[in-house]
Design a protein around this ligand. Sequence first.
Ligand code: PLP
Length: 394
Amino acid sequence: KQLLANRVKALTPSTTLAITAKAKDLKAQGKDVIGLGAGEPDFNTPNHIIEAAYESMKAGETKYTPAAGTAELKNAIILKFKDDQKINYQANEIFVGSGAKHVLYCLFQAILNEDDEVIIPIPYWVSYPEQVKLAGGKPVYIEGKESNEYKITPDQLKAAISEKTKAIILNSPSNPTGMIYSRDELQEIGEICVEKGILVVSDEIYEKLTYGDNQHLSIASVSDQFKKQSVVINGVSKSHSMTGWRIGYAAGDQSIIKAMTNLASHSTSNPTTTAQFGALAAYTGTQQPVEDMRVAFEERLNKVIDTVNAIPGFRCLKPQGAFYLFPNVKEAATACGFETVDDFATDLLEQANVAIIPGSGFGANDNIRLSYATDLASLETAIKRISTYVENHY
Ligand code: PLP
């Protein structure tokens, strides 16, 4: 008999984790590797959040909570939606889970039947296709073209919709491209989804990280109809530098939220109680650290974007949010003698001691992803190394 279930045999391992593991190996061998693979802020969690979590434990808040989160945290999330986006949710429309990734997992398990189609724009965050497939769904890809800032168009969306389309995933600001959908773009996409009865899964985890004049807008805030048609995913991981705490949430139709809660009640139960108290402090306390981190990211972005574009064969649109650069490097890879950008990325790690993520993991074979969630000095050294490497191999 076969040891493993078919559903896990089809899982592809995360490319992000593979490169990170290799970079760690090289570091352990004494090599001075700089990692630009990180998907998390390099700052510690703000101190008042840590203190609040510690105090909650000392006060005896160390037990189970309701499966979808405490009433206090849900209330803080409701207020956050009201303040930031002017969207009104009730407590039974909020599900708090163990990070946005887990919340998305529960959502797909809750809404997908066998062979239901989910439209996933390319470039995509690595876990979307795998999560959809694990729930029995079928990813249908549309390519956001570089000429359209890696965003999909309404025509592309219309062409991809079939009888079986259940949902579309929007991720704005985007990991890996950093691009943001405008109000007009959201309006057009939302109208199509309302007309066709397609659920919009709106992953807004990078909401707080936007630069220059760019601003995040939730599709659920555009109209009441859009709110009904969408499930918003968010969390404190990126905004408050709390990736390890594992708190994320979904806001949407109460029957979906109830199904997700039932799922969690038989799998994880509540997200860690202490982490919920941390997240509560994150939303009820000062937001200054969030802004300070945003400013630091923006400063780094502005310092390095031109240098990256000056590397021969690199072409990088300026990101509007998140903390990644996503240059098209096909020309550089070819000029350096590589058939694929994956091979180019591997050689960069081995020869130039810089770990970056090949775009293939995001469905974009011509790109690489560089995270600027690292200190400016390391970032500048890493980009210099890439530049020297490319110039020597061109
Ligand atoms: N969605 C996107 C687009 C992400 O980049 C990430 C984290 O990398 C997540 C969701 C998951 O966030 P969390 O750490 O809260 O699970």
